[in-house]
Design a protein around this ligand. Structure first.
Ligand code: SF4
Ligand code: SF4
Length: 245
């Protein structure tokens, strides 16, 4: 985001609308720190500026900076996925899409949050740790699938290392037998991540809306607690309902 120095009156009204403190005063005007700004668009959407000095940079969609906007502005549609937001709709709608099947476990790792954000080096720490644990495939519809340069090592494309975003979700799936090993890896790499870190494990539900017992056992045996969370909509339970004669 840019602030036009020639018309800004330095009132400071826009400052509280930036979730990451990227706007500051300079010579009695306001200025956006381009390193810190993750192009979320909040300051512009707030329509708070009395003289309309806030405007989107003409380079906001230049690669790789465009990733800031795709991951951080809820109104932006990701060029790679065609989906608004940080990841895919995978975990929310899995009982309808059936992407994660009955003998699979879906994993979503969420990194970052408003105010703190995160730089993409954190994602590389995770993709590298997963690669060492034998996980080389990311959910095909997930934006990070195209951002990995070397699947063997988990290295991201080098030009991404200077970029920061509000938050991002990485999704992949494993066999139930791999779950314990993968959770251990995730627990270890979470300590190296310099931002908010959340882990989601999702499965298709069994009849009577039960979570598969082996999934819960794997979570608990790694010393993790779990909190059930379901998208309560018309699709919940549809996957097993299809199998009932
Ligand atoms: S686009 Fe977002 S991060 Fe950038 S200055 Fe505006 S509110 Fe702050
Ligand atoms: S609200 Fe507008 S005029 Fe006031 S400091 Fe921000 S950019 Fe400048």
């Amino acid at each position: 985001m840019l602030i036009r120095k020639d018309i800004c009156v330095g009132c400071g009204l826009c400052h509280p609308y930036c979730p990451t403190d990227a706007i500051h005063f300079e010579d009695l005007k306001s200025k956006v720190d381009q390193e810190v700004c993750y192009e979320c668009g909040s300051c512009l959407r707030a329509k708070i500026c009395p003289v309309e000095a806030i405007e989107e940079s003409p380079h906001v969609y230049d690669y790789p900076r465009a990733l800031r906007k795709y991951f951080s502005d809820p109104n932006a549609t990701h060029a790679l996925t065609g989906i608004q937001g940080r990841g895919t709709e995978e975990s929310k709608s899995n009982d309808v899409t059936n992407r994660c099947g009955p003998d699979e476990v879906g994993i979503a790792i969420e990194v970052g949050r408003p105010t703190i954000g995160m730089d993409l080096k954190n994602i590389q720490k995770i993709t590298r740790a997963l690669a060492r644990a034998g996980i080389h495939e990311i959910e095909p519809e997930n934006p990070f699938n195209d951002m990995i340069q070397d699947r063997k090592t988990g290295d991201l494309k080098p030009e991404l290392m200077g970029e920061r975003v509000l938050s991002a979700i990485m999704e992949f799936k494993v066999k139930p037998s791999q779950l314990g090993h993968v959770l251990r890896t995730i627990k270890e790499v979470a300590r190296e991540v310099d931002s908010v870190f959340c882990l989601d494990v999702y499965t298709q539900l069994e009849p009577r809306l039960k979570v598969p017992a082996e999934v819960l056992e794997a979570i608990e045996s790694e010393g993790l607690s779990w909190r059930p969370n379901a998208k309560i909509n018309m699709g919940l339970g549809r996957a097993w309902e299809r199998k009932v004669p």
